[in-house]
Design a protein around this ligand. Structure first.
Ligand SMILES: Nc1ncnc2c1ncn2[C@@H]1O[C@H](COP(=O)(O)OP(=O)(O)OP(=O)(O)O)[C@@H](O)[C@H]1O
Ligand SMILES: [Mg+2]
Length: 343
């Protein structure tokens, strides 16, 4: 075999090898050109999208596979990967449109192919996992609520009865000038402490009794607490009439996202000013938690878990969470909640 034939054989073998890997990784994979044309797809992609390979390859643009609200993000990352490769995320969540307009929650893993302007993207469908996570969170929340209710209705009323009886006993003994009156008074005080402890427990389990208090009242109350505890100005602004959520799970997650963002601003930001702002646009409720502190740049690697939980809560209710460096100083945590979660 002459050297040219040898070189051709190596190229052919390499092509076959990579084509086989591409086809058989088990993950939906596509090759994307600089102008976003999809030049190659494997069978797994055709399977999950329900579109034939021939209808995609060389015909469809990458954003056409992506659900509307996530298209801008995908296009921006595609450009960024070619302009400043180091800044473009290697993995990111994204919703993909499949057969019958159905949308699947996926993770995209994208990389540029060395020496070219093409990128290769693998798409992992995590819809089932997300669905399960939501179910687990819903069940856990329901159980917390149930435990809170049992504590309230059963133990709470039981303790109230003991308190009333010990109060009666203490009163009688005192009237009779009995030497054990003091002891009875102490028992009464201990029962009162138990009642307070139970109440605190119930508040932890049935978060701030959100359903009774109302979402906005709970936020206002928290803002007042923060103002007092951290000695800073914490305001609630914008559309401040009560927001009604389609279910208590969504309400609880949003409330705790706000709490963590405000708490972080007060704790870490050296802020003198925290604003919780509510705006409603056509499709979403937008909640901004802004502080005028030192900003958050480069703090993503700390051991805290607050930001991770915040993101998790947002994911569970399909809300979008952004952390923005406020150009005029400080941090903005922005949470966008789709209308379907609101009444
Ligand atoms: N508003 C903010 N301003 C400045 N830095 C912030 C702000 N929010 C968060 N950070 C930084 O980001 C880090 C991560 O926040 P996160 O809420 O995950 O953890 P934490 O608050 O330190 O601990 P935890 O929430 O688990 O009690 C913080 O330690 C802090 O350095
Ligand atoms: Mg925190």
């Amino acid at each position: 075999m002459d050297p040219i034939e040898q070189a051709e054989k190596i190229i052919d073998d390499t092509y076959v090898r990579y084509k086989t890997i591409f086809e058989n990784t088990g993950t939906a994979t596509i090759l994307i050109e600089e102008d976003m044309t999809i030049s190659m797809v494997n069978s797994e992609l055709a399977r999950i999208s329900g579109i034939k390979k021939e209808q995609i390859q060389g015909k469809m643009k990458f954003p056409e596979l992506i659900a509307g609200p996530d298209r801008a993000k995908v296009i921006a990352n595609h450009k960024l990967r070619r302009e400043t490769p180091g800044l473009a995320p290697r993995n990111y969540p994204c919703r993909v449109v499949v057969e019958n307009e159905e949308v699947k929650e996926c993770i995209l893993t994208v990389a540029l192919i060395q020496g070219t302007r093409q990128s290769v993207a693998s798409i992992t469908d995590i819809s089932k996992q997300k669905h399960l996570e939501r179910e687990i969170a819903r069940i856990a929340e329901e159980e917390r609520q149930q435990m809170g209710q049992i504590l309230h209705d059963d133990l709470g009323s039981h303790l109230a009865g003991v308190e009333a009886m010990s109060s009666l006993l203490a009163g009688r003994l005192e009237k009779q000038g009995h030497k054990e009156a003091e002891l009875a008074g102490e028992i009464r005080e201990l029962v009162n402490q138990a009642i307070r402890k139970t109440r605190n427990l119930i508040q932890g389990l049935v978060p701030v009794n959100l359903a009774d208090t109302g979402f906005m009242n709970a936020v206002l109350r928290y803002a007042r607490e923060v103002k007092k505890a951290f000695n800073l100005d914490c305001r609630v602004t914008g559309r401040t009439e009560d927001i009604r959520f389609s279910n208590t799970v969504a309400l609880t997650h949003v409330y705790y996202i706000i709490r963590e963002a405000v708490n972080n601003a007060a704790k870490h930001g050296d802020a003198g000013d925290v604003e919780i702002r509510f705006e409603q646009d056509e499709s979403d409720m937008v909640i901004d938690i802004r502080d005028n502190g030192k900003g958050m740049a480069g703090k993503a690697d700390t051991k805290g878990i607050g930001l991770v939980i915040m993101q998790h809560r947002a994911d569970l209710i399909g809300a979008r969470l952004e952390i923005i460096d406020n150009p005029s100083g400080g941090t903005i945590v922005r949470c966008r909640i789709g209308k379907k979660y609101l009444l």
